[in-house]
Design a protein around this ligand. Structure first.
Ligand code: MG
Length: 381
């Protein structure tokens, strides 16, 4: 047993200079936020996790510090299932889960798993039953935003030069502009590269229908999040208009219960839970098992910091249905590298999980002072 003696949320923010702002289907990024959850045990071991900030990092931190932390202090850090269950039941029983609580539980759970790995002095993937295997990666994160087709094709070629065999474009501008960008990228990269695209829930069914001929012509690898996460009717209706291109969703679907609904709707073939949103390592492993039973792979969505990216790699190294790792190729994201760099992409476009204990990082808390909280939304229109 290793008793948890403190749980604390640390909000981080930085503004993006205008020339580094990127526009995608949900708006323009003016700042980036992250929440680091710090869990300390009686042995002096400190685990760190990432909770997605949603559009209100201060509010999510307040929920963690004021309501969830007191419920976790005193529990055994090895009892990650018990901690998850206590927090989930506490939230679901009184007001339903809600986004804020899902994000908060995710960060606490990830920090508990990091602490468990450090207590055992083994990397997380070994605790989860995995091996240091190669995991295929695609170039993603907040990148490849709306811009002229020629400069987008140039950006894509920079990632190809770094070893990526797959890239994710951003759709949701206008159907005509999306198609022009995709066509030039396909023409530039040739037949071999996997080209994916993300609408960020910016379209309706009719707009997606108008995209279908061009995405088939360009052999798109997947079409991500055409609609909002609760638009089950539109997702079901997609079945009758989609051809061969698979539909992806999941970064805004929280817990295994939402993934069970997605599976029952039958319109989604690519599943993308975010470890810092859907319920942490505990719940993402359950979702992976659920998907495995239906014959699907898991392709985790990645968030702001290296903690989330490392968690994705450890999970992918430990499941029997690993899909893609979403590598953050944003040209300006200090949160990605502030704890140390992840293993590099190899010549085959693969990445391996980190080898250090837990998530694999030594965290220098002095760095947190460089990024004081700027509350409010990170995307504007
Ligand atoms: Mg997405």
């Amino acid at each position: 047993m290793s008793k948890i003696i403190s749980v604390r949320a640390i909000p981080l923010s930085f503004k993006l200079p205008e020339d580094r702002q990127i526009t995608v289907g949900i708006g323009t990024t003016t700042k980036r936020d992250a929440i680091i959850v710090r869990v300390e045990t009686e042995d002096g071991v400190v685990g760190y996790g990432e909770a997605h900030p949603g559009r209100s990092p201060g509010a999510v931190c307040s929920l963690i510090d004021s309501t969830l932390a007191p419920a976790v202090v005193g529990m055994d850090a090895f009892d990650s299932t018990g901690i998850w269950d206590k927090l989930y039941k506490m939230q679901i029983a009184s007001h339903g889960l809600g986004t804020g609580a899902a994000l908060a539980i995710s960060g606490i759970d990830m920090a508990v798993w990091d602490a468990r790995g450090k207590l055992c002095n083994v990397p997380l993937y070994k605790l989860l039953g995995g091996s240091n295997k190669p995991i295929k990666a695609y170039a993603g994160g907040i990148s490849m935003g709306f811009q002229p087709p020629e400069s987008l094709a140039e950006e894509v070629m920079r990632y190809v030069a770094r070893g990526y065999k797959a890239v994710k474009l951003r759709f949701g501008d206008t159907v005509a502009k999306d198609v022009a960008r995709m066509r030039l990228v396909r023409q530039t990269v040739g037949e071999e590269l996997e080209v994916l695209a993300d609408i960020n829930a910016a379209y309706d069914l009719e707009q997606v229908r108008r995209l279908v001929p061009a995405i088939e012509e360009c052999r798109l690898g997947w079409l991500e999040e055409p609609f909002g996460c609760n638009n089950h009717g539109a997702y079901r209706s997609l079945k009758s208009i989609m051809g061969l291109v698979p539909i992806a969703a999941g970064e805004n679907h929280y817990t295994r219960y939402a993934f069970a609904q997605l599976l029952e709707a039958g319109a989604v073939q690519i599943f993308q839970p975010d470890v810092s949103k859907t319920g942490g390592v505990t719940e993402t492993m359950r979702i992976a098992a659920l998907l495995s039973a239906w014959g699907y792979q898991i392709h985790p969505h990645s968030s702001a910091t290296g903690l989330n990216h490392a968690a994705c790699l450890h999970i992918l190294a430990a499941v029997d249905n690993a899909g893609y790792f979403e590598a953050c190729v944003s040209d300006y994201n200090p949160f990605r590298d502030m704890f140390g760099e992840l293993p590099p992409i190899d010549a085959n476009g693969n990445v391996r999980p980190p080898e250090g204990p837990g998530l694999g990082f030594e965290v220098d808390e002095d760095l947190f002072r460089k990024y004081p909280l700027i509350d409010g939304p990170g995307y504007v229109r």
